[in-house]
Design a protein around this ligand. Structure first.
Ligand code: PAF
Length: 284
C-alpha cells in the first residue's frame, strides 16, 4: 500500500490509473477505522481495480465546542488494517494543503442538509460536502462508498454529486453493528461502560419501530411516539430527535407508503450518537 500525503501526488496517481483504464474505488474516512469502514473498503475492492482510502479529520465539518481536537486518531493502526485489506493507496493530506491560506469556497446542499443532524450541527453538512467535493477532485474515483450509518450524509453526497455533475457512482454500504446492536462508530470509544450499555437503547428503539411497521402500522406520528417513548425510558439519555422521512429525499411524510428512514440522535453520557434503520425495503 502506498501512502500519499501530497495533493499533487494523489492527482498524478489518479491520472495514471485512469490512463491505464483502471476503475478507481474511493472510501473517504476520518480514520480510527473499524469493521464498518473495512466493510466499505471490501465493497470498493469488489467493484474496482484500484482502491483509495483517505484519512482526513476535516476541521470544516466540526462546529465550535465539538470534538475536532480530541477526535480519535490512530494512523499506524489504520495503516495496518488497510494493508491487510489489500488497499492500494492511502491518502492522508495535510490540513494546510487542503485549506490554503485565504480559502473561501464551500459547497452547500441546501435542502437535504436541513433538519435532523442539520438542526443540531449547523454548518456540518456544508463542511462535509465541501471536503468530499475536494477529495473527489483529487482522487478522481469512478465509484465512492459511503456508510448508511450516516444516512443524511449519504443523501447529501448523492445530491451533491448529481447537482455538480460529478461522474461518480455513489454506493451505500450497510451499517455494521456490534454484538449488542450498537452501530459501529469511531465515537463509540468515548463511551464509558455504563453509557455504552445505555446506548443499546437506540437500536432497540429502532427495532421496535420496525416491528410496529412490519405489523402494519403506517402512521408516522404513532411510529415516532413509540420510538421516542422507548428512548426516553432510559435514564441519562437526552434525545435530540426521532424522525421518519422519505428514504430517497428525506422529505417529511405522514404515512409510510414507500421506503422510509427512521433516524435518531441522542446524547448518552455526553457522547452524541446517531443511528437509523430503513423500513419498507427488502431488508431493514
Ligand atoms: O463520514 C466521515 O467519516 C466524514 O464525514 C467524511 C465523509 C470522510 C468527510 O469528512
Amino acid at each position: 500500500m502506498q501512502v500519499v500525503r501530497k495533493i499533487e501526488g494523489m492527482q498524478e496517481i489518479s491520472d495514471r490509473l485512469r490512463q491505464e483504464d483502471k476503475r478507481i474505488g474511493f472510501v473517504p474516512t476520518m480514520g480510527y477505522l473499524h469493521e464498518g469502514h473495512l466493510s466499505l473498503v471490501r465493497k470498493a475492492k469488489d467493484l474496482c481495480d484500484s482502491v483509495v482510502v483517505s484519512i482526513f479529520v476535516n476541521p470544516t465539518q466540526f462546529g465550535p465546542g465539538e470534538d475536532f481536537e480530541r477526535y480519535p486518531r490512530d494512523e499506524e493502526g489504520d495503516k495496518s488494517k488497510l494493508e491487510q485489506e489489500g488497499v492500494d493507496f492511502l491518502f492522508i493530506p495535510e490540513i494546510r494543503d487542503m485549506y490554503l491560506l485565504g480559502y473561501q469556497t464551500y459547497v452547500d446542499v441546501t435542502e437535504v442538509s436541513k433538519g435532523l443532524c442539520g438542526d443540531f450541527r449547523p454548518g456540518h453538512f456544508r463542511g462535509v460536502a465541501t471536503v468530499v467535493a475536494k477529495l473527489f477532485n483529487l482522487v478522481k474515483p469512478h465509484v465512492a462508498i459511503f456508510g448508511e450509518k450516516d444516512y443524511q450524509q449519504l443523501l447529501v453526497i448523492k445530491r451533491m454529486a448529481k447537482d455538480l455533475n460529478f461522474d461518480i457512482e455513489i454506493i451505500p454500504g450497510r451499517t455494521v453493528r456490534e454484538e449488542d446492536g450498537i452501530a459501529m462508530s469511531s465515537r463509540n470509544t468515548y463511551l464509558s461502560p455504563e453509557a455504552r450499555k445505555k446506548a443499546t437503547v437506540l437500536y432497540r428503539s429502532l427495532r421496535k419501530g420496525k416491528e410496529l411497521f412490519d405489523s402494519g402500522e403506517r402512521d408516522v406520528s404513532t411510529l415516532s411516539q413509540t420510538i421516542r417513548k422507548e428512548i426516553e425510558s432510559e435514564e441519562d439519555v437526552t434525545l435530540q430527535y426521532v424522525e421518519i422521512r422519505d428514504a430517497e429525499t428525506l422529505e417529511r411524510i405522514e404515512r409510510v407508503n414507500r421506503p422510509a428512514a427512521i433516524a435518531v440522535a441522542a446524547i448518552i453520557g455526553s457522547v452524541r450518537l446517531i443511528d437509523n434503520i430503513i423500513i419498507g425495503r427488502d431488508q431493514g
